[in-house]
Unconditional design. Structure first.
Ligand code: SAM
Length: 283
């Protein structure tokens, strides 16, 4: 018999903390992703973007003819290289612009056909199983319904039901968005919410019949900001930091100036290694 204390952990599945920490609900609409699609595709299909995707895919074995369902496939960041490796890929996403970008790029690269299904993940109705179900950098958004309510359990159950052999999930931020020096400047010493979320996702997967292996990897993550104010706004919001004094913000910006790169178009880039979590379920 499961103890009542364990039952209470299930409240988390419906909590906003089950989603991406620090984001509001804007990212849970197709309109948001439609407007981001072109820029997102440009970055995904750049030589660096493709190299990062290939490096990630190389962590796993892929069989020719293997069927893959890529949930929240975006512009085909992984779906296209997988199709080029001989997998039979179905990509699903609720943004028609993302799927358009996928089709355009697949055509450009002469990739084998990728079936595209436009749907909100929780409303999708796939009737067949796939050898592999992927959800890469998508779990924090696909687990919501159109009223922005979280349904983590239901979302994971769907991955499980539709996978024949394995599930691969990538959580792009398994740790704080702030590096050690930023945390010191802001006096932020609590265990980051992103880490706690990883533990809860693991629990939720076990609670839905899976026993995943969990791997924490380090990958470069690149932010692009218009200016230092935007950098502060994004990094503070993503980390749940409120009420920063002017002096602290100034110290924070002085630190950013040492590590940020100025681009030709005057935007700012901040690249650092972030910890990412890979959950793999083998059936
Ligand atoms: C961060 S992008 C990841 C794209 C791709 N997997 C990658 O790693 O490059 C998130 C994607 O999730 C899609 N998305 C967000 N919420 C969704 C939902 N509820 N159902 C289906 N797709 C969703 C967005 O349209 C977007 O393409």
């Amino acid at each position: 018999m499961r103890s009542k204390d364990f039952e209470e952990l299930r409240d988390f599945y419906k909590h906003r903390l089950a989603l991406n920490y620090g984001d509001d609900s804007t990212k849970e609409t197709p309109e948001y992703w439609d407007s981001a699609a072109e820029r997102f595709a440009k970055s995904s299909h750049s030589p660096e973007g493709r190299a990062r995707a290939e490096e990630f895919l190389n962590l796993f074995k892929w069989e020719k003819g293997e069927t893959v369902l890529d949930v929240a496939c975006g512009p085909g960041t992984y779906a296209i290289p997988l199709a080029l490796r001989g997998c039979k890929v179905v990509g699903t996403d609720f943004s028609s612009e993302m799927l358009n970008q996928l089709k355009l790029q697949a055509e450009k690269e002469n990739a084998p056909e990728i079936e595209c299904v436009k749907s909100r993940w929780l409303d999708s109705n796939f009737q067949i199983q796939f050898d592999t179900v992927l959800c890469l950098s998508g779990l924090g958004v696909v687990a919501t319904d159109s009223d922005h309510k979280a349904h983590l359990g239901e979302c994971l159950e769907k991955f499980y039901k539709l996978s024949r052999k394995r599930i691969i999930l990538l959580i792009p931020h398994a740790d704080s968005h702030l590096d050690d020096e930023m945390r010191r400047i802001l006096g932020e010493y609590d265990i980051p919410m992103e880490r706690l979320r990883i533990a809860m996702i693991y629990y939720a997967m076990v609670d839905h019949g899976m026993l995943p292996s969990l791997q924490i990897i380090q990958r470069p993550f690149k932010w692009t900001f218009e200016n230092f104010d935007e950098a502060c706004e994004v990094l503070f919001r993503k980390s749940g930091i409120k009420d920063v004094t002017d002096t602290t913000k100034e110290r924070f910006i002085n630190y950013l100036k040492k590590i940020i790169q100025k681009n030709k178009d005057h935007s700012l880039s901040l690249t650092y290694n972030t910890k990412q979590a890979i959950f793999t379920v083998i059936k």
